[in-house]
Design a protein around this ligand. Structure first.
Ligand code: TNX
Length: 526
């Protein structure tokens, strides 16, 4: 029997993302507090996850099965496979629940699937949950499945970042891209640069209403200081929690533009007249693109290297995002010292950003990191080998990068900017930067651009949603913008789009209700 025509499926099996294949049988298996666990080959990360996301919330202790005896739940991880191989199988039979996976990460996905199955299972009067017999095989279509959280425009408390990670992992996302620095706030402690967090992490107030409605002659703002930053200990907590959930944190330090907060802290990083360093720009209190960008003097380049070193020391992941978006060259042209520096280097304002990219990328690569940049990095010419491009303005950056031998993460604003409002009637939506970007549009997103020749398809690592937080001030608002659209992207990236009605009208409402039961309120309705 297929999942679609099974009454059991209608009752309980509402998996998101949809598994690659699932066969549902007619029998059932009861999981209750006596269910024992054999996970000898799985590793502590998998069993810890099973207890944290399945056992503890349901009151299932999953005691270890005695040697040689039958176990209700068995998890077997074939040793030696890299986490890149995320496939797993999950079977429910009269003998119990059997998971097999090639990697720990695959087994962790199986644990999340088991959590979803139990969330939909029938509760027994005498205790426990009755799962339908099933055979499930699952493997993702794309390996880069992520969410970006902008913690600069509005700072998000560590506890919420941990919860955001839980929510990502529950839907088999494996990348948390943290946008840590921007004009409106620097959020990362960097040894040796205390002013970054003493000064750069705080702004005196925040604009009220949409930027387009601000009067030209004065600012309407909330008269409330805003700020915060992550200490090295906070980052360690975030990184280890992410690891425990199978999520890799990709830190972003946006440079050489989007740096006004750092320049407010250390004016010598900016393009001011040497005699005028007493009046640096403040941490920016408006949205939009700032003209205040880094200069290219040796001490500024040393600062960038120091920041990269600090990030490399705290974030163990493979990737380092160096931004590169929206860098106006106005100051490079008009500031006499910077214009002289460009002359010295034989650069023009147009070629300077590319030079800058090579400088910082080399440093990051020497420290073993793969560099990522927003698609503007392609505008100045060839980019360093191995650089990954995030194509956000449209698909063109992705096409160009893939065709020239670079991996790409497709992040087009049209389909992945979850800071855009979700309904077609802006008047009934929370104030947002723009939109609409509705659930169905996300569900119909295809990460491989139609124009991309098949030989370059493998260059598309995947996609991620972005939550820029100019107009999203609180964790609750983040969750509202994230759901249900993250469910749609999860399925697009893992299994590919399925049937519209089944997803939009049947499974999404079930998941919204489950999320609401845990205090996560997404936007209801299509
Ligand atoms: C563009 S995407 C930006 C962000 C804004 C966002 C708002 C990108 C690389 N830059 O700085 O927050 O639009 O949607």
């Amino acid at each position: 029997m297929s999942a679609a025509d099974s009454p059991l499926a209608l009752r309980g099996i509402a998996l998101i993302p949809r598994p690659t294949s699932i066969q549902v049988g007619s029998g059932t298996f009861l999981v209750d507090a006596s269910a024992t666990l054999d996970a000898a080959t799985a590793g502590g990360r998998v069993t810890d996850l099973l207890h944290a996301v399945v056992g503890d919330p349901l009151g299932l202790p999953f005691p270890d099965s005695a040697a040689g005896s039958e176990s209700a739940v068995s998890i077997v991880v074939t040793a030696g496979s890299a986490d890149e191989d995320e496939a797993y199988r999950l079977e429910v039979t009269d003998d119990g629940i059997a998971v097999t996976a090639d990697s720990e990460l695959g087994a962790m996905h199986a644990v999340q699937t088991l959590g979803q199955l139990l969330a939909g299972a029938a509760r027994e009067a005498g205790g426990g949950w009755r799962l339908p017999h099933l055979q499930l095989a699952d493997t993702p279509r794309f390996r880069w499945r992520g969410g970006m959280l902008d913690v600069s425009r509005h700072f998000m408390p560590v506890e919420f970042v941990l919860r955001f990670i839980d929510l990502l992992a529950a839907y088999k996302f494996t990348v948390l891209h943290l946008h840590l620095t921007d004009d409106q706030g620097w959020r990362l402690e960097v040894p040796g640069y205390p002013r970054l967090t003493e000064i750069g992490a705080w702004r005196p107030h925040t604009p009220v209403g949409h930027a387009r409605d601000q009067p030209a002659d004065h600012e309407i703002h909330d008269h409330t200081p805003h700020g915060g930053y992550y200490s090295t200990t906070d980052i360690e907590r975030i990184v280890s929690h992410a690891w425990a959930r199978g999520v890799e944190v990709v830190p972003e330090i946006d440079m050489p533009g989007h740096m006004q907060a750092a320049i407010a802290a250390y004016p010598a990083l900016g393009n001011l007249e040497p005699g005028n360093l007493e009046q640096p720009p403040p941490v920016r209190t408006q949205w939009g693109i700032s003209d205040h960008v880094l200069n290219l003097e040796p001490p500024t380049m040393a600062f960038c290297r120091d920041v990269i070193d600090a990030v490399v020391a705290t974030f163990p992941g493979r990737y380092l995002h160096l931004g590169g978006d929206e860098c106006p060259t106005e100051e490079w042209r008009t500031s006499p010292p910077t214009a002289r520096r460009l002359d010295e280097l034989g650069l023009t304002p147009q070629t300077a950003q590319n030079w800058f990219l090579y400088e910082v990328a080399r440093h990051a690569q020497d420290r073993g990191r793969r560099v990522i940049g927003w698609d503007e990095i392609l505008d100045g010419g060839a980019i360093p080998a191995g650089t990954v491009v995030m194509s956000w303005r449209d698909e063109q950056g992705g096409l160009r990068a893939a065709r020239s031998g670079h991996d790409v993460v497709m992040t087009p604003a049209s389909h992945t900017y979850f800071d855009h409002h979700q309904g077609t009637d802006a008047a009934t939506e929370p104030l947002s930067i723009g939109g609409p970007l509705d659930l169905r549009t996300v569900y119909h997103y295809e990460p491989i651009p139609a124009a991309l020749e098949p030989e370059f398809h493998s260059r598309v690592l995947g996609s991620q949603f972005q939550i820029w937080t100019e107009y999203i001030a609180t964790p609750e608002q983040v969750e509202y913008m994230m759901f249900p659209r993250a469910l749609a992207l999860s399925e697009v990236l893992w299994s590919g789009r399925g049937d519209d009605d089944d997803f939009l009208d049947r499974r999404v409402p079930i998941h919204l209700a489950r999320l609401a039961a845990t205090g996560v309120d997404g936007r209801p309705g299509r």
